[in-house]
Design a protein around this ligand. Structure first.
Ligand code: FAD
Ligand code: NDP
Length: 312
């Protein structure tokens, strides 16, 4: 097809996280000979998905001592291969689901598939300011995170003041969750009102361990002098007055939304207003019969490895 190497398959799986590999393991064991495209730095994430960007995963059953995210995804991949899934380290850039069989394209291959599973995940949005990044002078993964449920219980956050940025349901949920571990939690929000649902807001306002820093943005993160290398505090700017104040915290959690990896679909299946694939309640069926979606690409509520694996 147009000089591309062409493959025919019963099932093409797109993605590389727990959802894609669970789907591959089940499909391979059912002798469907699935082809899986794990992507090459798709959305700037290595093959293996979001778990490759974290250290210890402590809430995936079966690993009582925890397991490194990268090791867990290696295990997923090896298990898929063991049962015969064929894996290509290429990103699917285009699809055509207008008629059956379906067509999917990478830069070098075309796939003609009877069924498709979309498991391309999502990426937590991050903010960029001095001290927010990785490497020297940055506190990403050393106090700054984009997943409170994943990282909140880490020892560096226990009994310490923490902060959350955002004003949606995620920010409310993460702040409430973090009060289990932190001494107090400050929600830093850029406006003077939350967009979160009323009930989630009420829970936050009723929680004595949470305060809100309204009309404010973080302009810098700096280290803790005593515990060098980890986050010690933030410079927070009031966008109304222009004043910049210190907020001493040991943890900062971005809760400013996620971006599902659905652009490459070009509208081939129905998406919701946030870009997530719409699935029929209680199923993985999309708006196109024969195209299924699993994991974070269709789930903006749970967003965990075990739930992604479950839908896969
Ligand atoms: P993802 O893990 O999102 O993987 C999808 C991958 O598919 C992409 O990353 C990319 O590699 C690939 N891809 C995307 N587009 C294409 C394309 N067009 N073609 C081919 N390939 C493509 N959850 C927990 O349960 N416990 C934890 O401790 C935990 N810690 C976390 C820490 C961090 C920092 C983050 C960001 C998340 C964490 N999570 C944790 C959440 C968990 O990682 C996700 O819920 C889970 O990985 C979602 O799995 P998924 O299969 O939907 O896809
Ligand atoms: P939302 O898009 O709803 O909220 C994002 C928040 O981050 C907004 O308050 C926004 O501010 C703020 N924000 C965005 N960009 C920036 C920025 N650059 N700097 C500072 N702040 C920024 O995302 P959520 O993840 O909270 O929710 C996504 C969806 O998932 C929603 O539909 C939500 O209802 C749902 N959800 C439901 C849950 C539940 O029911 N338990 C739990 C979590 C999510 P502003 O308001 O000014 O735009």
């Amino acid at each position: 097809m147009n000089g591309l190497e062409t493959h025919n398959t019963n099932l093409c799986i797109v993605g590389s996280g727990p959802a894609a590999h669970t789907a591959a393991i089940y499909a391979a064991r059912a002798e469907l000979n699935p082809l899986l495209f794990e992507g090459w730095m798709a959305n700037d994430i290595a093959p293996g998905g979001q778990l490759t960007t974290t250290t210890d995963v402590e809430n995936f059953p079966g690993f009582p001592d925890g397991i490194l995210g990268a090791d867990l995804t290696d295990n997923f991949r090896r298990q898929s291969e063991r049962f015969g899934a064929k894996i290509f380290t290429e990103t699917v850039t285009k699809v055509d689901f207008s008629s059956k069989p379906f067509k999917l394209f990478t830069d070098s291959r075309a796939v003609i598939a009877d069924a498709v599973i979309l498991a391309t995940g999502a990426v937590a949005k991050r903010l960029t300011f001095p001290g927010s990044g990785e490497g020297t002078g940055g506190f990403w993964n050393r106090g700054i995170s984009a997943c409170a449920v994943c990282d909140g219980a880490a020892p560096i956050f226990r009994g310490k003041p923490l902060a959350v940025i955002g004003g949606g349901d995620s920010a409310m949920e993460e702040a409430s969750f973090l009060t289990k571990y932190g001494s107090k939690v400050s929600i830093i929000h850029r406006r003077d009102a939350f967009r979160a649902s009323k009930i989630m807001q009420q829970r936050v306002f009723a929680n004595p361990k949470i305060d809100v820093v309204w009309n404010s943005t973080v302009v810098e993160a700096y280290g803790d002098g005593e515990r060098g290398g980890v986050l010690g505090g933030l410079k927070v700017k009031n966008v109304v007055t222009g004043d910049v104040e210190d907020l001493r915290v040991s943890g900062l959690f971005f809760a400013i939304g996620h971006e599902p990896a659905t652009r490459f679909l070009g509208g081939a299946v129905e998406l919701d207003s946030d870009g997530y694939v719409v699935t029929k309640a209680g199923t993985t069926e999309t708006s196109v019969a024969g195209v299924f979606a699993a994991g974070d690409v269709q789930d903006k509520k749970y967003r965990q490895a075990v739930t992604a694996a479950g839908t896969g």
